[in-house]
Ligand binder design. Structure first.
Ligand code: PRP
Length: 179
């Protein structure tokens, strides 16, 4: 385990097994159509690449980035789209991969984004859900793990852009993020 971490919350094998289940669930939902799988950078990158590789359904891949303001005093907590999709999603089935639903504001922004762009359907798959932190009433269609309100890093999740490449999800030591 990385020296800055307090404990591993979800191990690499447990993640891999659950990602297979998420992929199987998506395969059951989309047999016959070719959805666009969208990765919301950067936190979702590991989850996204593992998820689409575990799927049997043909998918197209696209990428976008939304910045969420963790500090509620900034910009009224409204996330902003920093990078748009490469392709149109008009009339398409869309799968959105998120790493975490926290306050839910990013997911609301993304649901509105895809509705405004005329997506035929939107299926949200999240790796983690922290319902205790929710500020708006929104949820994913498939959640891999419900987690407690700890500072989590790894498998895409960062603190100050670090720890994204850890193969597991771990709680960061308090003295690391409070120093
Ligand atoms: C994180 C995470 C989600 C969002 C969830 O993104 O990837 O997209 O916050 O938070 P919310 O439910 O409170 O809106 P972040 O802005 O940290 O960017 P990153 O993915 O590049 O780390």
């Amino acid at each position: 385990m990385h020296k800055d971490c307090e404990k591993i919350v979800i191990g690499a094998e447990e993640i891999a097994a659950r990602v297979q289940e998420a992929a199987a669930w998506l395969d059951g939902r989309f047999c016959g159509s070719v959805p666009v799988a969208v990765c919301n950078l950067k936190g979702s990158v590991m989850f996204f690449t593992d998820l689409v590789r575990a799927m049997k359904t043909d998918v197209e891949l696209d990428f976008m980035a939304v910045s969420s303001y963790g500090n509620e005093t900034v910009a009224a907590g409204r996330p902003k789209i920093k990078k748009h999709l490469f392709s149109s999603v008009q009339g398409r089935d869309v799968i959105l991969a998120e790493d975490i639903v926290d306050t839910g504001r990013t997911l609301v922004t993304l649901r509105n984004f895809f509705a405004e762009r005329g997506a035929k359907s939107l299926t949200v798959v999240t790796l983690l859900d922290k319902p205790s932190r929710r500020k708006v009433n929104v949820s994913a269609d498939f959640t891999c793990f419900v987690v407690e309100d700890a500072f989590l890093v790894g498998y895409g999740l960062d603190y100050a852009e670090r720890y994204r490449n850890l193969p597991y999800i771990a709680a960061l030591r308090r003295d690391v993020y409070e120093s």
